[in-house]
Design a protein around this ligand. Structure first.
Ligand code: PLP
Length: 810
């Protein structure tokens, strides 16, 4: 029974009335938003309950995906799309004189993550539900999301993101007080011998109540809704009297107050470790409690439960799972360990050594002494099992606890049956270098799962104009099955389609020019090349290389104002971790350069530099459809995969890239002629490391262009950067340019000239763009999650997309 527009309008008006006692003509956007959310949620709730009942009835194996970050962005449009309501609601709102876009904008971005890691987890949640897999997320309900970024005098300023207190609030969550569990933190523990096991006796531990908030993850046209469970810390009722003051209470509630705004360096703060144990323990307890409720034997739990450790932050899953099997279920060590390793799997996301998490033994002891004991026992047995069989150095390098430090990646690898990297190059690097020792011990555990993106969000929702043009050529099957986008290749000589692609891009660029004007006051032309670099600000991602090129173009134009170049608008979006001084200096330099160039009349609008504030999912959805050029210019070997590279190509941008992360696979799919590759490759970077023969000063001294450009950082050409300019200047010269910016500079200029030349032939450009859109389908997260489900977790697909008997009744 199809829902009709008339019915929808009637029910909508009624709900608005009931909820806010108001008519459509008087309602504000947040009331309209609240009403629509309420209808959507009450409609999918029946399906959500049914999905869960089916899991239970069939004893289907389930996966629990543990991630300390999620970055879902806004969910309203995504839910409308997946329920099959989008077009209907859009058209009903038009009839009512309402603007769905404006109403959807009320929702705060759920920004419970920093960048790529959290966004990947959310793309996976969407795809797992859409592919009908029984996979549920586990994470933290941070009271404050990632900070709000503002620029003041060119400097980044961080403001708190109070998303829960915004007009939209969190319309999607359901507090499930009845599913709360108690998490024990701190204190002391001793073991007392019971008949057949050692019983831990805890003293002075603090009990924290973990309350789950569940968010429905609605699948695409398949009557399947999974759960994202986010945990919040509270004081247990029984302990209330221990916390007489607001200050005391805050100590507990602070456990889930803030997301660490740093996705690479460990803050080293005890609170972070507490957060990790808190959500791990709450999640594992609730999984085991649920499993036991239906009477299955605990020593066979691996047949019905898989647990995924997304990056090392949840690595304590291994020890917490062991703790419960040993201390509460009284399994023998060997049985418990056997089950644990079968249940657990782990994804490595980085090779940056500063991001490989370690904690000191005293810190772990302070957070949870029993967990430290168990980790020490795992380590002890690991060492004992290898002693005499392999080289002692290998054991020392791979054991979990060494020199007073607990290596979380080691715990995750040793305690699981699968370790995967996130792009071919990255996995190869893990095997050959970063985790080579583990690879020699456990070659069968290593596998690659190249990252992916949700084509629904990044194309259907973010770029409706492009989606429509695609429908008109190859039909709409791609909306169910992204691989159908490959059919576009047959249209690569269809001039009418290529012209339409150009027209779509122009229209999207025009939209972005309005946003830029509104946000920055600067007018840019939609006829310029929109050259985009959007990602966290990090030295290895080399926004600095981009900046130096901009400065070079500026100097050229100052010298020769009549120089013929295709106008370019350089667009940046990036947050820097608040404690990352160098990254913040780069932001300041980009902003001051922008200020200089944007207001210099001699440049005649040939260059504009736009740094949009507060980069996040919602801003990405506006920038990406308007991008002509995608900058993926990290130092080779440093970017594990990247996913903005995939989102941008899906929207028809052409990629300027080093052979790093998934760029390597993008190049393989689109072919050398449809991508702009430059710079050192991984072998060359590693050769420099081995031979210690990179001398950035040689490039500075011997290349007059580099000399001139780098000098602008310190010679007053760019105003107001005396401290920051010197800091960056020094990093490039005396500190030997850790990320090979100067080494790659000339080649980067060369490839950018090629971009210019190619853009002059719009026909050719659009054709390349078409091929990129088609081949981006290889990066559909729907396919990525299938590979996880089939080869790591061994869970069954329970429903298929395209079930048009979708029943989301009003
Ligand atoms: C995709 C995405 C990222 C990841 O970008 P990379 O270029 O892969 O680092 C970060 N932040 C947001 C908001 C994203 O949507």
């Amino acid at each position: 029974m199809e829902l009709t527009k008339k019915e929808f309008i009637a029910v909508f008006k009624k709900r608005l009335n009931q909820k806010y006692a108001i008519d459509v003509s008087d309602a504000c956007n947040s009331e309209l938003y609240g009403t629509l959310c309420s209808l959507v949620k009450s409609s999918y709730s029946a399906v959500w309950r049914q999905t869960w009942k089916d899991f239970v009835k069939e004893h289907d194996k389930q996966t629990y995906y543990f991630s300390i970050e999620y970055l879902p962005g806004k969910l309203l449009k995504s839910n409308l799309l997946n329920m099959g309501w989008y077009d209907l609601v859009n058209s009903a709102f038009e009839d009512l004189g309402l603007d769905l876009n404006a109403i959807a904008a009320v929702e705060p971005d759920m920004a419970l993550g920093n960048g790529g890691l959290g966004r990947l987890a959310s793309d996976f949640m969407d795809s797992l539900a859409s592919e009908g897999y029984p996979v549920n997320g586990n994470g933290i309900r941070y009271k404050y999301g990632l900070f709000k970024q503002r620029f003041v005098n060119g400097y980044q300023v961080e403001l708190p993101d109070e998303w829960l207190n915004s007009d939209g609030g969190n319309a999607w969550e359901i507090r499930r007080a009845s599913k709360s569990v108690l998490v024990r933190i701190g204190g002391h523990v001793r073991l007392v011998q019971e008949k057949n096991y050692l019983k831990p006796v805890y003293e002075d531990a603090t009990l924290i109540r973990a309350v789950p908030y569940d968010v429905g993850m609605v699948g695409y046209h398949n009557n399947h809704v999974n759960t994202l469970r986010l945990w919040s810390a509270e004081i247990p009722e029984s302990e209330e009297s221990k916390y007489p003051t607001i200050e005391d209470r805050r100590q507990v509630e602070d456990i889930t107050a803030v997301l660490y705004p740093d996705d690479s360096n460990e803050s080293g703060r005890l609170l972070r470790l507490k957060q990790e144990y808190f959500f791990v323990s709450a999640g594992i307890q609730s999984i085991i409690r649920h499993y036991k409720k239906y009477g299955s034997p605990i020593d066979q739990i691996s047949q019905e439960v898989a647990i995924h450790i997304n990056d090392t932050h949840p690595a304590m899953c291994v020890a917490e799972f062991m703790r419960i099997l040993l201390d509460e279920e009284h399994l023998s060590w060997d049985t418990a360990w056997n089950q644990t390793v079968r249940v657990m799997s782990y994804t490595n996301h980085t090779i940056m050594s500063e991001a490989l998490e370690t904690w000191t033994v005293p810190m772990l002891n302070e957070i949870q002494p029993r967990i430290l004991q168990i980790i020490a026992e795992i380590d002890h047995r690991f060492v004992a099992a290898l002693a005499g069989k392999v080289d002692g150095g290998l054991i020392e390098r791979t054991r979990i606890i060494s020199a007073g430090k607990v290596h979380m990646a080691h715990l995750a690898i040793i305690g699981s049956h699968s370790t995967n990297g996130v792009a071919k190059l990255h996995t190869d690097l893990l095997k050959s270098d970063v985790l080579h020792d583990f690879y020699t011990l456990y070659p069968d555990r290593f596998n690659n799962k190249t990252n992916g993106i949700a084509v629904r969000r990044w194309l259907q929702i973010a770029n409706p104009r492009l989606a429509k043009v695609i429908d008109q050529s190859i039909g709409s099957d791609w909306r169910q099955d992204a691989s159908q986008l490959l059919k576009l290749i047959d249209y690569s000589t269809d001039n009418s389609l290529l012209d339409q692609l150009g027209a779509v891009k122009l229209a999207n660029k025009r939209d972005l020019t309005y946003l830029i004007k509104q946000e920055t006051g600067i007018t840019v032309s939609p006829n310029a090349i929109f050259d985009v670099q959007i990602k966290r600000l990090h030295a290895y991602k080399r926004q600095l290389l981009n900046l130096l090129r901009i400065i070079k173009l500026y100097l050229d134009l100052k010298q020769n104002p009549d120089l013929e170049i295709i106008p370019r608008v350089f667009i940046f979006g990036a947050k820097a971790a608040p404690s990352y001084h160098y990254a913040k200096s780069i932001i300041k330099c980009i902003n001051e350069t922008a200020n200089l160039i944007n207001h210099d009349a001699t440049i005649q609008d040939k260059l504009k530099v736009i740094f949009l504030e507060n980069y996040g999912v919602s801003l990405a959805e506006k920038i990406i459809p308007a991008a002509d050029v995608s900058e993926q210019i990290s130092t080779a070997s440093k970017e594990a995969s990247g996913t903005s590279n995939m989102k941008l190509m899906l929207n028809g941008a052409l990629t300027v890239a080093t052979l790093d992360g998934a760029n390597v696979e993008i190049k393989q799919y689109v072919g050398d002629d449809n991508i702009f590759i430059f710079g050192l490759n991984k072998q060359e970077v590693y050769q420099y490391y081995r031979d210690h023969n990179y001398h950035s000063l040689d490039y500075y001294h011997n290349n007059p262009i580099i000399h001139r450009v780098v000098d602008t950082l310190v010679d007053g050409t760019i105003p107001n950067i005396s401290a920051e300019g010197h800091e960056i200047y020094d990093s490039l010269t005396y500190l030997n340019d850790e990320f090979f910016v100067l080494r790659d500079f000339e080649d980067y200029l060369r490839v950018q000239d090629k971009v210019d030349e190619t853009y002059r032939d719009q026909h050719k450009w659009n054709k390349m763009s078409l091929i990129n859109i088609a081949k981006a389908s290889y990066f559909s997260a729907d396919e990525t999650v299938k590979r996880y489900a089939e080869t790591i977790w061994h869970v069954k697909q329970l429903s298929e997309k395209g079930d048009m008997n979708v029943k989301y009744p009003l």
